[in-house]
Design a protein around this ligand. Structure first.
Ligand code: ZN
Length: 132
C-alpha cells in the first residue's frame, strides 16, 4: 500500500509539503481537515488531531494496520536486498514475535481480535514455538 492509496480514499486532501498532507478525517465528523498524513518512504503515518485511533481511521477507508505493517515489512525487505545488506535469519521470527506483541497489546487494551487476526496469531505462535 502506498500513500497514494490512502490519499485516494480521503476527502479534502491538501498538500502540506515534504511528503505531508492534511485531509478530512474519515473516522469522525470532521469539518476542517484534521487528519495529518505523512509518507516516511517506508510507511505511511496518519494522525487525527481530534484524537481518533489510527485503527478507526484505517477501518473507515477499508484498511487495517496490517496494510501499513505489510508495506513497512516489504520496504524493509526490499531495502535490505537493494543495499545488499544480509538480513539476519531471525527476521521472519522477529516478524512473528511482533505480530504476537501487537495482538497482545490489542487484547490488553480491551480490543477484540477478528477471526482473521486470531488465525494469523495462531500461525505466529506455532512458528515461534517451532523455532524455539
Ligand atoms: Zn478523527
Amino acid at each position: 500500500m502506498t500513500v497514494d492509496t490512502v490519499l485516494s480514499r480521503l476527502d479534502m486532501v491538501k498538500s502540506a509539503g515534504n511528503d505531508r498532507w492534511y485531509a478530512r478525517c474519515p473516522a469522525h465528523q470532521d469539518k476542517s481537515p484534521s487528519l495529518s498524513i505523512r509518507d516516511t518512504g517506508t510507511r505511511t503515518l496518519i494522525h487525527c488531531f481530534a484524537g481518533c485511533a489510527a485503527e478507526d481511521i484505517l477501518a473507515a477507508i477499508g484498511m487495517t494496520w496490517r496494510d501499513l505493517f505489510a508495506d513497512e515489512w516489504q520496504a524493509a525487505h526490499e531495502a535490505g536486498i537493494h543495499q545488499k545488506v544480509k538480513l539476519p535469519p531471525l527476521d521472519q521470527l522477529a516478524l512473528e514475535r511482533r505480530i504476537i506483541d501487537i495482538a497482545e497489546a490489542d487484547l490488553r487494551a480491551g480490543k477484540s481480535l477478528s477471526t482473521e487476526d486470531v488465525a494469523r496469531l495462531e500461525i505466529a505462535l506455532e512458528r515461534v514455538k517451532g523455532a524455539a
